[in-house]
Design a protein around this ligand. Structure first.
Ligand code: TYM
Length: 344
């Protein structure tokens, strides 16, 4: 079985885009339950808190949102006997490998990253100057996350495509310069839901709720809020319920959401709502999303009542992840010629 690794940032709360684009696939990628003694660690998932501090942050909020996100991932269905779940900063190898790979990735490569380009384009010159070095370097940290676990497959949404490409490029470069060291990973995307768009601005991807609270459905939103947001979603002129991302981005997004949560194909959704009004369609989408999220919300409520248990599981995950990552880090530092430390 191919080793799977992926991560999610504890910035804002988990939204429907995260869930459909990535987390749901993580849950499905877990192998059959293993006994604790025979754990295979073939599916590894990480709350990437070091990525959350590349933009200004509030320390108390970071602590809380890290725990909340880990709880949500467990509620979504990551199970202790089927996968590893840990917090990035608990495994030191991530930061250490980043330094080594900083000296392999190039400045030009990072400057071409869409996320950096978008952010710099949105800000004035003066503000670009004040973006942190960490923000610029973020993709190398992500490369390290992936390469540290001999990862074969990285299940992500479409917006992470370029970062996983960078991981491939850096792995191939390192291997050709220093000998076979890293497994070269590849990204895998869901067939539908890889790019869930903002309900109010269907030309932008759904993202953190602070940017567009009405356009973002949070996994923990109550049914009323979900209904309200979907009912007020921007639709397109005309009245046909037809999938066409260029001509009808708003309706196409709702068709994809409906398909992703019910398991129907785009063609099936078009057929089901052929000749129906937008209003009727929106009610159906809202109902389907509410039903889809209901079990996750119920499990979250149970798990959130026992944060000690969540922290225990994260500690087990961090130990197991450290045991996997340290030998890979040692392999890389040795290949690069850093003098191995002997015991005193
Ligand atoms: P993050 O935290 O922004 O998002 C987590 C996952 O959710 C996906 N996603 C979406 N999918 C569909 N539609 C959307 N609107 C949408 N918004 C987000 C993302 O593609 C992602 O898969 N840099 C990463 C985290 C990361 C990581 C890693 C991922 C750090 N190290 C190593 C994989 C492997 C990020 O910021 O994702």
């Amino acid at each position: 079985m191919a080793r799977v690794f992926s991560g999610i940032k504890p910035t804002g709360d988990m939204h429907l885009g995260n869930y459909l684009g990535a987390v749901r696939r993580w849950v499905d990628s877990q192998p059959a339950p293993a006994t604790p003694e025979a754990r295979q660690h073939e599916a590894i998932f990480c709350v990437v808190d070091l990525h959350a501090i590349t933009m200004p942050w509030d320390p108390a909020e970071l602590t809380e949102s890290t725990l909340r996100l880990a709880t949500m991932l467990m509620a979504a269905g990551l199970e202790e006997d089927r996968s590893l779940l840990f917090v990035q900063s608990h495994v030191r190898a991530h930061a250490e490998l980043t330094w080594l790979l900083n000296c392999v990735a190039s400045f030009g490569e990072l400057r071409r990253m869409t996320q950096f380009k978008d952010k710099s384009a949105k800000q004035g010159d003066g503000e670009v100057e004040s973006l942190t070095v960490g923000f610029f370097d973020y993709p190398v940290l992500m490369v390290s996350d992936i390469l540290l676990y001999d990862t074969a497959e990285v299940p992500v949404g479409d917006d992470q495509r370029q970062h996983v490409e960078l991981a491939r490029d850096v792995a191939i470069r390192f291997n050709s310069r220093f000998g076979d060291t890293f497994v070269v990973p590849k990204a895998v995307f869901p067939p539908i839901g890889a790019r869930v768009m903002d309900l109010q601005r269907p030309d932008a991807k759904m993202s953190k709720s602070e940017d567009s609270p009405q356009g973002t459905i949070l996994v923990l939103d109550d049914p009323k809020a979900i209904e309200r947001k979907i009912k007020s979603a921007v639709t397109d002129s005309g009245s046909e319920i037809r999938h066409d991302r260029d001509e009808k981005p708003g309706v196409s997004n709702l068709i994809e959401i409906y398909g992703a949560v019910t398991g129907a194909s785009i063609a099936d959704v078009e057929k089901e709502f052929d000749g129906k009004q937008y209003g009727v369609f929106k009610v159906a989408v809202a109902d389907a999303v509410v039903e889809f999220l209901r079990p996750v919300q119920a499990r979250y409520a149970q798990l959130a009542a026992d944060p000690g248990e969540v922290e225990r599981r994260l500690a087990v995950g961090a130990d197991a992840a450290t045991a996997l990552a340290d030998p890979v880090l040692a392999r890389a530092t040795r290949a690069a010629g850093l003098l191995p430390r002997r015991s005193a």
